[in-house]
Structures are given as C-alpha cells and as structure tokens.
Design a protein around this ligand. Sequence first.
Ligand SMILES: Nc1nc2c(ncn2[C@@H]2O[C@H](COP(=O)(O)OP(=O)(O)O)[C@@H](O)[C@H]2O)c(=O)[nH]1
Ligand SMILES: [Mg+2]
Length: 403
Amino acid sequence: MSDFLSECEIVDLTEELKKEIEESGVSNIEEFFRKSLENWRGAEVNIAITGESGCGKSSFINAMRELDDQDDRAAPVDIVECTTEPTAYDHPTNSKIKFWDLPGIGTPDYPDLDTYCNKVQLEKYHTYLIFTTSRFRVNDLKLAEKVRLMKKKFFFIRTKIDENIRAEKRKRKQEFDEEEMLARIRKNCFISLGNLLTDDQDIFLISNHDPDKWEFARLTQAILDALTRYQRESMTFSLGKVITRSSDDIFQRKVDALRQRIWKVATASGAVAAIPVPGLSIVLDGALILNELSMYRSQLGLPEIGSAEFVKLHVATKEKVLSVTLTTAAQLSTYCASYAASTAIEEFTRYIPFVGPAIASSMSFSTTYYALSKLLTDVEKTAKVVLQEAAKKTAADLENEVD
Ligand SMILES: Nc1nc2c(ncn2[C@@H]2O[C@H](COP(=O)(O)OP(=O)(O)O)[C@@H](O)[C@H]2O)c(=O)[nH]1
Ligand SMILES: [Mg+2]
C-alpha cells in the first residue's frame, strides 16, 4: 500500500490542475478527467532532423519509429536526397508526432542560414537534432545558436558508433579499449563545436542499427525532457517495444507515466457501467479499468496471448501473463475480490488529494485507484519477468552461435 500512497505528484499538481479545471469550463469533474486522460493524443510534436547526406538521418527516423528500412512507410535509406523540401515522417502509432527530414544548409537552394531558416520554417519545430558521422560543421554551429536564441533545445548526434568500434577492434585487437575510444570521439565532436556547449554530455554517440546500445536510450530520454508535459506523455506512449525494452530507464518512464494517470482515472470513474465486487458493498467502473489495463499491457510490452512470443514463454511466465490479462468485467470483479480488504481501502481514502471529500469518500474512487495501482504493479513485474526471460534466451542463442 505504501508504494502508491507516496505518490507526491498528486499534491504537486494541485494548483496547476485547479487552474486547468477552471479554464476548461466543465461543470462535471468526472468529465474533465475523462477528457484529460486523452489530452496527450492531441499534442503535436515536430522534431527537426538535419545533417549532411549519408550520416544516418533516415535510418534514425526509422529506428525511432521501429520500422524496418524495407517497410513501405520507412524513410528511404541510402538515397541521396534530391528533395529540397522538408519531408515529414509520421510516427506509425501517432500521426501527431512527426520527424522532419530537413535539407542540408549550404546546398544551392539553401546557401546560407537565413534562407534556410525561412524556407524550413525553423520556428515550427519543438526540438532539433543535428547529425554527423565525423565532426560538426560551422553551419551546424550557427544553426544551434539560432535555435538557442529561440529558447529551444538542440542535440548533437554522432552516428555509426558500431562501425567505429568494429574498425578499431580489428586494428587494436587486445589493446582495444571501448571507453577510451568513445571518450576520444566525444572530445573530437566537442572541440568541433567551439564553445557552444559547456557539457560534452550534450553530444550523443549512437548506432541507428543498435538502439539498445551506447547512447540511443539517453538521447531518447533527452528528447522527451525537451518537450512539454502532454508532448512528453504522447512521445513516451508512442515508444515501441524495442526502445522500451532497450533500457530500464525508459521502461521506468513508461511505468511512471502510466502511474500518473491512475488518480485521474479514479476521479473519472463514476457509477457508469459499474460492476459489483463480491464481498464488498462497492462497484467499479469496469470499462474504464479494463481499458487502462489493456494500455498497461501494450505499453509495457506484454505479449498477446497466443502470439509467437507468448507461445515460447516458460509455463510459469505464461501463467503470470494470463493472470493480468483480464478482459471481462467478471474477471476484474474476481481479481478485485481476491485482494480487496475494506479496511485497507478505508484507511487509504484519508490520503486522497485535492479532488475533495465528495469524491475522496466515494468508494468508486478508492477502489478504482487501488485496483489500478495493483494491476499496474502486477503488469510491471510480469513485463520484467518476460524481459529477463527474453534476455536469457538471447544470451543462450549467442553462446550457441559461438559454439
Ligand atoms: N553501421 C551503421 N550504418 C548506418 C548507421 N546509420 C545509417 N547507416 C547507414 O548509412 C547509410 C546512409 O544512411 P541514411 O539513413 O540513408 O543517411 P541520410 O542520408 O542521412 O538519410 C545507409 O547505408 C545506412 O544503412 C549507423 O548508425 N551505423
Ligand atoms: Mg535520408
């Protein structure tokens, strides 16, 4: 119980939320929260991608969207851009998130920075990613300075780290020191930027072919942090399975983003479509909870029952996945009855945030809150078990390859 009682963000958001509720003009608080749960879907995110031809812009766009280079929706790789217009690539699960492949500065159509800024409408992007495979150029620097003047964030990205590692390993053999090599690459990039940056951690060393290695995850998180609240939520929920599984931090961000929704869902839960819970004189908004649970499962990458990934799981893991795959109100009711101790719930209602005594004392709020907290914790644990099993399999496969 203590886990979710310590969710201080509930209290922190109070003032901001009161203002939002006032401004929204709604009279019904349940309706307000039902709507606000969907706000992130409306958030537009425009990410500008720039850098010389061949440095991996298209490959990065595909890696972020988790699309194979051969996919019809993929940004064409290895094509020298003849287009002189910015090209937008939508995220496959959220068309409001767009990656913009911008032409390079210094090409005939964009001879200088001012022409460039006007033509690509520089102010419309929310964050800027500047790519290279070697050192950054003067134009990159000027662009970053311009972006900084607009009070927006830019990131410098050095791609193809995998190639450097491979080449250096071949050359140095036993002498090869990965840390030393990465530090050297970072330093070279940093020097090429003059005194633009104060922290060399603002340079990200990645491979578009290995998003689970080097600094792809750190970059993903830096992009998230550069966005506004709803944009960040939107981008977090659009991250696919590969990126989510590539880093504990990103996985945790998803869990946190889902956890922050719980009290809103609980507030939105009324007696609509309610189902009774045996042994307790309360009712639950089953549809709302099942909808949220389905989001937990897909966001945290639980395999669908019957999918190829599910079939390969260990029997005990399969059972765990099944135990959090509730799809009917009856299953949910049984699940709730199995844990619900009314004393715990009553005790919990004393900690309810600003939403006020009327809602706080409603059993629908506290039961929904409690049920979702428990479900999210269960899905989180199960997703970690699935992940560990997948990691063990990969390690075993690699060992077999070596043998
Ligand atoms: N090894 C490696 N190759 C990459 C990486 N990123 C891109 N490439 C390759 O570099 C070439 C050019 O990539 P592309 O994405 O078309 O670059 P763009 O011209 O900047 O869009 C392609 O053959 C890609 O497969 C990377 O991180 N590592
Ligand atoms: Mg390209």
